[in-house]
Design a protein around this ligand. Structure first.
Ligand code: PMP
Length: 329
């Protein structure tokens, strides 16, 4: 009964998000621009798709057993997806988050019944207190636990190859010419890119990266340059590691966007398009603006927007916070 939107549980409502044309905000872009708006997922982000896939694959492989505990390091959205899946399937959930993530994300996870461990951002990934290390340690200490590790877990890419990619292809009647999206674990870009390039290898795949992240330099030079790593505030995109889910061969170009531009564009999107989006979505659209000279009127661009603005009301959508960062006068 999926066509009538009648479901047996909330998990069945994951995916099949709308594609929405961008109008006023895209006036200066010389191409048609469409938004794949992932906040329509039940956990209000794209990450519901991969959370479900990681859990179902682990169940099939016997890595996750009834009554088990899922332990994951997350910037919040994967945790929310896992919380939904865990609630329906009866698993416990522990999430480790770095302390740069917004308070809303932590509160939401707790509201969903997850146990949350907040870890310092300003430590190297291999430091015992990093959110990666704490999740890994807990997964060894806690019996009958499963640590999905979204960065290297290929079920992440598969979820997008099996759902997000085909949806975009069908929604654009195969006319898509460019796909642009923020890159964190890389699951979204790599899964969608694999599907789209199999359908039409000429489709261009653009990844949006943050200043302070290693992706762009690594893509262009093959060098993992530690000098590229410094702290930044945009949430969910860019990394200080190279996750297995980032398939660099499928990505045509990485574009870096500043924290300020991402924040200002997210606000602009709300006011011009009525789309109340997360911080990284502002970065994604700004990335497209920076690349607009690469486009022509017959092109059809899809920008994927990861999550909902409600997670950032204390930050990007708060004038005081914006002033403190020097993003508003
Ligand atoms: N934006 C936000 C807000 C996210 O939570 C994530 C996930 N880390 C991304 C972008 C990047 O998505 P992916 O991990 O699939 O590369």
């Amino acid at each position: 009964m999926k066509d009538k939107r009648v479901y047996n549980n909330i998990i069945e409502a994951i995916g099949n998000t709308p594609l929405i044309k961008l109008n006023k905000i895209a006036e200066d872009i010389p191409a048609e621009v469409w938004a794949k708006v992932e906040y329509f997922n039940p956990g209000h982000s794209v990450k519901d798709r991969m959370a479900l896939k990681m859990v179902e694959d682990a169940e099939k492989e016997g890595k996750l057993k009834p009554g088990g505990t899922i332990i994951e390091c997350t910037s919040g959205n994967t945790g929310m997806g896992l919380a939904i899946v865990a609630a329906v399937k009866g698993y416990k959930l522990i999430c480790t988050l770095s302390d740069k993530q917004s308070k809303e994300k932590i509160d939401i996870l707790k509201a969903m019944g997850a146990e949350v461990r907040v870890c310092p951002t300003e430590v190297a990934p291999d430091h015992p207190e990093s959110y990666y290390s704490v999740a890994s340690r807990l997964s060894k200490e806690i019996e009958n636990s499963f640590y999905p590790y979204q960065y290297d877990n290929m079920s992440n890419t598969k979820a997008h190859y099996e759902t997000t990619g085909p949806e975009i292809w069908e929604q654009t009647n195969g006319e898509i010419t460019h796909f642009i999206v923020g890159v964190g674990t890389g699951g979204t870009i790599s899964g969608v890119a694999k599907y789209l390039k199999e359908k039409n290898p000429d489709i261009k795949i653009w990844g949006v990266d943050a200043y302070g992240s290693v992706f762009k330099k690594y893509h262009e030079t093959g060098e993992f340059d530690e000098n590229e790593i410094y702290s930044y505030i945009t949430e969910g995109i860019g990394e200080d590691i190279l996750p297995k889910n980032v398939n660099f061969d499928l990505i045509d170009h990485f574009e870096k966007v500043t924290d300020k531009d991402g924040a200002l564009v997210a606000r602009e999107m709300a006011r011009k398009e009525g789309l109340f989006l997360g911080y990284s979505c502002g970065s994604t659209f700004q990335g497209l603006r920076q690349l607009k000279d690469e486009l022509k009127p017959t092109d059809k661009v899809v920008a994927l927007f990861h999550d909902h603005g409600s997670r950032y009301v204390g930050k990007v959508y708060n004038d005081e916070w914006m002033k403190e960062q020097g993003f508003l006068d």
